[in-house]
Design a protein around this ligand. Structure first.
Ligand code: XMP
Length: 519
């Protein structure tokens, strides 16, 4: 690739992905690799610079992540961050010691030597620290560039092109963090700001066109942003030879099956095969109440329906003499990083089934046009592709859909009740201008009936929970403090408009300890 690249070696910090995102924000491409990546592999990417991330360990821990010290001697500029600084000091002959007091949170750093890393930045900076160990003796050739009242905060050996800081420039609390990263990537490394949406779209379209040749590709659409952007990109490359399959699994939001079809065909010009399999899914879900079992049933059934449709499409293609078949998937960069992380995939709390494995006899080859992108970049690309806001800004919706929002058994009747309530929640959140502010907002149908009174009538009906959360990435979330007015309207509309619900409650649990979905 001819794009300027910064390699980030990951020592396990919770902020590693953030370093990559920050650098990409100023249009420089960056990749995250495990710290154990051999120097030859790093070199093969022809990086303009290397960043060593932070990490949770001490350099003295038995299981401390180890990089090959050869990465410090590749001749390209290196920036160590937090553990990255300690790693440099430890491996180049300095001394790291455990501190009596941890520095955690805001700290004031004083610059004590001129260095291109701090060029244009103030002499004292408010930064974010999160460390226990610190550097006590610097390796030969290094000078102190910054300090706090307790510890070394910056070092440099300009002859060897190595810089390091003890604080975290990638975190928003470090006010001059972006400037510091720009100083490193642009001035010190000389990286070009050539990672732009136009460049990405153009190079991806060319690559997919060359890859697929005269073949045919299929793509499972969910209506969400990732699969839609992936499909539009691939369609731009191979046009009509992409067929999208959109399955109604019986647990979509209200009117979604029709709405998504219309948008995809009429606004995005995609070639869509829509399959209404709701009865088939609901029949398989009968009597199933366990959340993981629901996911399994829906995941397996989805694969079966998708296979049937894919086979039909490829049979038709075969008659034209073309056998090579491709499957488009909307895999994103965080999944790629996760699957190659030194820590391995994180512990599964819920199994997230989307498009699963397809049968080997179809010999499908994968196209993953988004595998280099973070979610916010997918949105940027979608916007540049001219896709409408109501797809780009759509809140995430789980693959198993309303099934994991209906506690207890999923029946056609309960799906219809929840669809109505859910529609009201989304409607009112949009009207209040909060749809983009919250990460997700939805209704949950509980297996609880309670007594109410409507007019002069006693009622005995279902309870519905309203859930709205704020989050950056769905990994952690805060319950959203929706204005009382909005809650009041949602509640009164649901109770008066949805037959079968006579009580509405609001979920005020954050994640952790709760999860976003109720199942
Ligand atoms: P939880 O409930 O684990 O959700 O806090 C985190 C994010 O993941 C979504 N989610 C799913 N997405 N299949 C999916 O495609 C699933 O089975 C699934 N379960 C949860 C959830 O909506 C939230 O955005």
């Amino acid at each position: 690739m001819d794009t300027s690249t910064i390699v980030i070696l990951d020592f396990g910090s919770q902020y590693t992905q953030l370093i990559a995102r920050r650098i990409r924000e100023f249009n420089v491409f960056s990749v995250v690799l495990p710290c154990t990546t051999p120097p030859e592999k790093v070199k093969a990417l022809n990086p303009k610079g290397v960043i060593l991330s932070g990490g949770p360990c001490s350099v003295y821990d038995a299981d401390a992540p180890e990089a090959d010290a050869g990465v410090l001697a590749m001749g390209v500029p290196v920036l160590g961050i937090c553990y990255g600084l300690q790693y440099i000091v430890h491996h180049l002959g300095g001394k790291v010691v455990g501190a009596a007091a941890r520095e955690y949170g805001h700290a004031e750093v004083t610059v004590v030597a001129e260095t291109p890393l701090f060029r244009g930045l103030p002499g004292t900076m408010d930064v974010w620290m999160s460390h226990a160990d610190h550097a006590e003796e610097l390796p030969e050739g290094f000078e102190l560039t910054a300090k706090t009242s307790n510890a070394v905060a910056g070092i440099a050996d300009e002859a060897r092109k190595i810089w390091a800081v003890q604080f975290h420039p990638e975190v928003a609390h470090t006010r001059q963090g972006m400037e510091l990263l720009k100083n490193f990537c642009l001035d010190i490394c000389g990286a070009e700001q050539d990672w732009t949406p136009e460049h990405f779209i153009q190079s991806t379209v060319e690559r997919v066109r060359a890859q697929v040749g005269t073949g045919h590709a299929i793509c499972g659409l969910s209506g969400g942003v990732d699969s839609s952007v992936a499909a539009v990109l691939v369609a731009k490359a191979i046009g009509e030879r992409l067929t999208c399959i959109f399955v109604n699994n019986g647990v979509l939001r209200k009117d979604e099956f029709l709405k998504v079809q219309t948008t995809m065909r009429e606004q995005l010009g995609l070639n869509v095969v829509a399959v209404d399999s709701s009865e088939r899914f609901l029949a398989k879900l009968a009597g199933v109440t366990d959340p993981e079992q629901k996911r399994k049933v829906i995941g397996n059934e989805f694969i079966a329906v998708f296979d049937d449709e894919a086979k039909k499409i490829f049979e038709a293609e075969k008659s034209s003499g073309e056998e090579i078949a491709w499957l488009v998937q909307g895999t994103l960069y965080p999944d790629v990083i996760e699957s190659s992380s030194v820590h391995g995939p994180s512990h599964t709390i819920k199994s997230h089934h989307n498009v699963g494995g397809l049968p080997a006899d179809m010999k499908l080859k994968l196209i993953e046009p988004l595998r280099d992108l973070f979610k916010d970049e997918v949105r940027r690309i979608g916007r540049d592709l001219g896709m409408p806001d109501d797809i780009i800004e759509r809140q995430p919706f789980p693959g198993p859909g309303l099934a994991v929002r209906i506690l207890g058994e999923v029946t056609a009747e309960r799906v219809a009740i929840l669809q109505e309530a859910d529609q009201i929640v989304v409607d009112e959140i949009k009207k209040a201008g909060l749809y983009r502010k919250v990460w997700q907002s939805f209704a949950v149908l509980l297996p609880v009936k309670s007594v109410g009174v409507m007019g002069d009538q006693r009622t005995y009906a279902n309870t519905c929970a309203v859930r709205a959360v704020e989050s950056e990435d769905g990994m952690t979330a805060d319950w959203a403090p929706l204005p009382y007015e909005v809650l009041r309207t949602i509640s009164s509309r649901i109770v008066s408009e949805v037959r079968g619900i006579n009580r509405v409650v609001y979920d005020i649990t954050s994640k952790p300890p709760g999860t976003i979905e109720w199942e």
